[in-house]
Design a protein around this ligand. Structure first.
Ligand code: ADP
Ligand code: ZN
Ligand code: ZN
Length: 741
């Protein structure tokens, strides 16, 4: 070849373009999809090769050369790379940064893409023949040699679990007693029907049977919405749908919400399928995460279960994707690359030509709309499976009623009834801490965060006040900073206070609190959950965290203490979220053979939403709510993107806004028409105008057609990037935002 070889690399920078590099003659040309290290702005970055180029439009001597080639093969399969390119266009985010987020941390840092776990320690000839007491003075070393002599081989994490330190391993290796060898790998995707424990499968009821039959891998790509009330047996449908995937020697990917996967569910998978399962959860270290990712990619894991980012796990022979609790907001990443894993699952399943199942008792409106318009097939489970009966619902009117830490006398009586009967009670309050406000009884001073438009929350137990938006924290003041009075009082109720009052009211019963404060320490949540299962606790108090997927058979009363804030929120999704929460929480009641009771306290018992939810259920409620969305030209009928702008200096925001309006108005005029309308709302201050010392503004762009909105955004972004004013503020675009705060 007459000229050096040229490659294009997706480099992890916010700039939404790829860069060209020279491949020096002493390197062979890296394949597309391989990682390379390249020089970029004085640093060495890991990027991914996206193309081989014939020519570039800059002078060759201006180009830099790549530094190293990290992979001989493409890191991800082509379908995965296609999905990531799609995401780059759709979410208007740099491909290089998306590639970074889509790989485990160690690969990002340039680590080799090899299974670490496959390296095994074993005894050397010398180690096998060692005199029994020659290590008597080094007990740990002796233990290590004994362990390997018993088990043959062990990998690092197994040794760590046996309390053998790296120092010990190193010392024994240096004595020449042990060596590390690569274990030969099993055949990829070796499983078949023999690996399924058919005896474990439940006899499906007719509704479940219809669902399993409809989720057929032979149909290729199709999306099913599995709509089933809590306890209707969705998990059993997943399990039996996965059976055909395993029999065919393929792999299944299951996405679950954060903190949504319970040990019970994992166990159901493990006992049904005698196959390697990779479980990607937040407790993994970098090595374990890489191992799981590679096992999936190499076809050494049959089932991958994980939270949001598990959608980026490559699979050798994908067979099916399942998204459980598809409405859960944790599937949406709320910063940097703002993707929604559920939506990427649709894209991925279509690229892989495999079925996708979206399961929920309370699907999000976007998904329901797609099911109603025929884009997804709707599979409905209307009855509770097994012997569980449906819970009864009751609304308690608390207008004018004196409450004790948020509990009405009527609720307290009900609690007493259930507790003395030997059952468990669950109280739900979506506010952690002791009280949401601290105020001066004499002058009315309010404890406000200096950096946010928000009140401090009082945390009594540890004697501090804290802002839940920026984390700022200080000791509870003894005197009012304004008038010097010592009469500082709290207003409102949080979970900490509720727990205190419950303990006073029911001293013979034990309570447990589950919120972000009580579960901060590692293992704390698991410990509390086990305690609940063992009936060590009778009153369970918690925030949203308690609402998710847990199966507590002895809970018979569930009470939601306060829904009024959500009934009158400015967020157009508030009613949808409240309905989902209500049904999720009430799904915790009476899951086993005991009938459950659900109680809701409100000042507005006549509210339409509560009545229709109670009387007609989620589907009917959502049908009405969807009509309202249509009339109001809101998602899912219209499509939305949110531009967020932040700065410490309001003048910089002003400058930016001015430029933005000029640019966007021109574009809107150019693109918007009667058939394909485009609309801009704002710039306007965000609902919380100041947070962590930054001023926050936002602009909403909307269109009735997705294509039109994206055309507009694709034109707007480069113009904004070029504009000087955009460098003085922090700004980002959120496509399909779910949170407007
Ligand atoms: P979901 O995932 O919809 O909340 P699960 O799959 O966890 O529901 O099922 C709820 C309970 O009903 C579980 O205890 C499960 O073992 C039981 N169950 C599910 N399907 C059946 C069935 N066909 N026959 C008997 N029990 C069932
Ligand atoms: Zn005061
Ligand atoms: Zn703050």
């Amino acid at each position: 070849m007459s000229h050096p070889t040229l490659i294009e690399v997706a480099v992890p920078t916010p700039l939404r373009k790829n860069f060209s590099y020279l491949c020096p003659l002493n390197f062979s040309l890296p394949v597309i999809g391989a990682r390379v290290t390249v020089p970029f702005a004085g640093r060495e970055l890991v990027g991914l090769v996206t193309a081989h180029l014939d020519s570039v439009d800059v002078k060759l001597d201006k180009l830099k050369s790549l530094i190293n080639i990290l992979d001989n093969h493409a890191l991800q399969p082509p379908t995965m790379r296609k999905m990531l390119s799609w995401a780059s266009n759709y979410y208007l985010y740099s491909l290089g940064e998306i590639y970074q987020q889509a790989m485990p941390a160690l690969l990002r840092k340039g680590h080799q893409a090899k299974l670490i776990e496959q390296l095994q320690w074993s005894l050397t000839e010398q180690g096998r023949n060692i005199e029994a007491d020659s290590l008597a003075r080094a007990k740990k070393q002796q233990q290590l040699v004994a362990l390997l002599s018993d088990h043959g081989t062990r990998n690092n994490s197994q040794l760590k679990a046996a309390d053998i330190s790296t120092a010990t391993i190193k010392a024994v290796a240096e004595k020449g007693l042990i060596e590390q060898l690569a274990r030969s790998l099993p055949e990829p995707c070796f499983w078949n029907d023999d690996n399924i424990n058919h005896d474990d499968a439940l006899v499906l009821n007719s509704e479940q049977a219809i669902c399993v039959a409809a989720i057929n891998t032979e149909f290729g790509f199709n999306t099913s919405l599995l709509l089933g009330i809590t306890g209707s047996g969705k998990t059993e449908v997943y399990l039996q749908a996965i059976e055909q995937v395993i029999s065919a020697g393929k792999q299944a990917l299951i996405l679950v919400p954060e903190i949504g996967l319970t040990p019970q569910t994992l166990q159901r998978f493990q006992s049904r399928f005698n196959v390697p399962i990779v479980f990607l959860h937040s407790g993994l270290n970098d090595k374990e995460r890489l191992d799981g990712w590679l096992k999936a990619k190499m076809g050494l894991a049959a089932i991958v279960i994980g939270t949001r980012s598990a959608i980026f796990t490559p699979l050798l022979k994908p067979g099916m994707i399942i998204v459980d609790e598809e409405h859960d907001s944790s599937f949406k990443q709320q910063d940097t690359f703002r993707y929604n894993a559920r939506d990427l699952a649709v894209v991925r399943a279509s690229l892989e030509c495999i079925p996708l199942v979206l399961g929920s008792a309370t699907p999000c409106f976007e998904t329901l709309h797609n099911a109603q318009s025929g884009k997804y097939q709707l599979l409905n489970l209307t009855k509770r499976a097994g012997n569980a009966s449906e819970a009864s619902h009751q609304i308690i009117d608390i207008k004018g009623v004196k409450l004790q830490s948020g509990m009405s006398p009527q609720l307290i009586e009900l609690m007493r009834h259930h507790l003395t009967r030997g059952d468990q009670v669950m109280l739900f309050l979506n506010r952690r801490g002791y009280a949401p406000t601290l105020l001066c009884h004499e002058c009315g001073w309010l404890g406000d965060c200096q950096r946010c438009d928000a009140h401090y929350t009082v945390h009594q137990r540890y004697q501090y006040i804290q802002c839940h938006h920026c984390g700022a924290q200080e000791a509870i003041p003894r005197q009012c900073p304004c008038c010097g009075s010592t009469q500082l009082v709290t207003a409102g109720v949080g979970t900490e206070q509720l727990e205190e009052t419950v303990n006073q009211l029911f001293p013979t019963f034990n309570s447990v609190r589950i919120d972000r404060d009580s579960t901060r320490n590692k293992g704390a949540l698991d410990k509390s959950l086990t305690g609940i299962t063992n009936n060590d606790y009778q009153v369970l108090i918690g925030t949203q965290m308690l609402a998710k997927g847990h199966h507590f058979p002895d809970v018979t009363l569930v009470a939601i203490l306060d829904v009024d804030g959500a009934l009158f929120s400015g967020d157009f999704r508030a009613n949808e979220k409240l309905a989902q929460l209500y049904l999720q929480v009430s799904g915790r009641a009476g899951r086993a053979s005991k009938p459950g009771q659900v109680v809701l306290q409100t000042h507005h018992p006549e509210h339409q939403l509560l009545r229709s939810l109670n009387r007609e259920g989620y589907l009917a409620f959502s049908e009405n709510a969807l009509i309202e969305r249509k009339v109001a030209q809101l998602p899912p009928y219209w499509h939305m993107a949110l531009l967020r702008i932040e700065s410490h200096d309001n003048r910089h925001i002003n400058d930016f806004n001015q430029q933005l309006v000029e640019i966007s108005h021109q574009l809107l005029q150019q693109l918007s028409s009667k058939e394909t309308p485009l609309r801009q709302i704002g710039p306007m201050p965000a609902p919380m105008e100041r947070r962590a010392g930054r001023f926050r503004w936002q602009v909403i762009f909307e269109s009735s057609t997705r294509g039109q909105l994206h055309k507009f955004l694709a034109m707007l972004m480069p113009l904004l990037l070029k504009n000087k004013s955009s460098r003085q503020v922090r700004w980002s675009v959120d496509v399909d935002p779910i949170d407007m705060v």
